[in-house]
Design a protein around this ligand. Structure first.
Ligand code: HEC
Length: 89
């Protein structure tokens, strides 16, 4: 009887831990995404994702100002995408 209680307790702990860990997973995954990944996921939703080589650093700065609003990106996401585009042109 006592063993059964201990097993039940351990199962409850395991379930709770799993819920807590998986609950924290999504925001962390967004933070960890690279600029290249965000570019691939966001910039091809409405048109073909433009190649980084298409524009200069200055042009990307202006374009990202427009597209941040259009794509509904956070400051962090737009910054990461801009850094990626400017590093790859
Ligand atoms: C919600 C739809 C949408 C998303 C998402 C989107 N764009 Fe656009 N994009 C447009 C539209 C519409 C245009 C047409 C020109 C305009 O309205 O500025 C455009 C035009 C462009 C142009 C042409 C130059 C210009 O400024 O007009 C570039 C380059 C561009 N987008 C880059 C991007 C990048 C980089 C991303 C990802 C951060 C992105 N777009 C995400 C809708 C989108």
């Amino acid at each position: 009887m006592k063993t059964l209680k201990i097993i039940t307790f351990l199962i409850m702990v395991a379930i709770t831990t799993t819920i807590i860990i998986s609950g924290c997973k999504t925001p962390q995954a967004i933070i960890d995404k690279s600029g290249a990944q965000l570019w691939g996921e966001n910039c091809a939703r409405c048109h073909n994702a433009p190649s980084p080589a298409t524009y200069s650093d200055d042009q990307w700065g202006i374009i990202m100002g427009h597209m941040k609003i259009k794509a509904g990106l956070t400051d962090m996401e737009a910054k990461k995408i801009a850094t990626f585009l400017k590093s790859a042109n």
